[in-house]
Design a protein around this ligand. Structure first.
Ligand SMILES: Nc1nc2c(ncn2[C@@H]2O[C@H](COP(=O)(O)OP(=O)(O)OP(=O)(O)O)[C@@H](O)[C@H]2O)c(=O)[nH]1
Ligand SMILES: [Mg+2]
Length: 253
């Protein structure tokens, strides 16, 4: 039975699937824990990891579209309902995995997973099995401004409240974008706040630092990791953040 479950979330194309594979390999090699992989994306095509459970065994977006005469968005919503309905089966499957860590790759359409019923129902089921930590991926190739970065990071806090699990934010694909936010792979939220105050004007300059203050108060880590699934940069730091969050949750339960 697993003792830690990591749920990767983030907007379409933010790098969930690639990170699932890279982080899993890193943990297996460097922590010597066995890692199980779960694909919850019924629209996935090719996966870079070998899933121990794949939701496509139950249904795929293509099949739902065909069978129920739905378009792609309708089929994704339907898929999230089906997933919520089968959460007990999923719980049984994951509980039965002989792996210490389980990494969950979520559907591309994160807003459907997170803001419809599937997300909270699934995380409720997972919490029965093991300490469950969310990682919210922020894609710097689409969030170039400091105000966008701050609001994207804030999304992690919203998800934490909605899914009722601790959420660690991570900036992905840093091999593509050079973020000049700090000297290490970690960025303090204080630094983001400082930049926001310097660079923003008008209402944004008032609102964004206040949003960051709320994050500082309510999110588990007060630093954000920059990671690249392609080069491996920041994987160790991401794991450390997840592990610290895991330990502090463990203390409370
Ligand atoms: N350069 C670079 N590209 C990346 C990285 N992570 C992911 N990508 C690329 O970004 C694209 C999307 O990556 P995925 O891992 O499929 O992202 P996803 O969030 O699972 O996407 P959906 O499930 O479709 O929402 C792919 O072309 C990846 O090769 C990274 O760290 N660096
Ligand atoms: Mg994916």
């Amino acid at each position: 039975m697993p003792s830690m479950i990591i749920v990767l979330m983030g907007p379409a194309g933010s790098g969930k699937t690639t990170l699932a594979s890279a982080l899993g390999e890193w943990i297996e090699e460097n922590q010597e824990y066995s890692v199980g992989y779960v694909n919850l994306d019924p629209g996935a095509r090719i996966l870079p990891y070998k899933p121990d459970f794949d939701v496509r065994e139950w249904f795929t977006i293509d099949k739902i579209m065909e069978k129920e005469g739905l378009g792609p968005n309708g089929a994704m919503i339907r898929a999230s309902e089906l997933l919520a309905e089968r959460r007990r089966d999923l719980r049984k499957i994951i509980r039965g995995m002989k792996k210490e860590v389980v990494i969950i790759d979520t559907p591309g359409q994160s807003e459907i997973f997170i803001f419809r019923k599937a997300g909270p129902k699934i995380t409720d089921a997972l919490k029965f099995i093991a300490t469950t930590i969310g990682v919210y991926l922020v894609d710097p190739t689409i969030t170039s401004l400091i105000s966008e970065l701050a609001t994207s990071l804030f999304m992690g806090l919203i998800i934490q409240l909605r899914l009722d699990i601790p959420v660690v934010p991570a900036i992905t694909k840093v091999d593509l974008v050079k973020l000049d936010l700090g000297e290490t792979f970690y960025i303090g939220l204080e630094k983001v706040r400082e930049l926001a105050e310097q660079e923003l004007k008008g209402t944004l300059q008032e609102v964004i630092p206040r949003i960051i203050d709320v994050m500082i108060d309510y999110m588990p880590p007060i630093r954000i990791v920059e990671v690249s699934a392609k080069t491996g940069q920041g994987l160790e730091e991401l794991y450390q953040l997840i592990y610290e969050t895991y330990c502090s949750c463990g203390d409370l339960t």
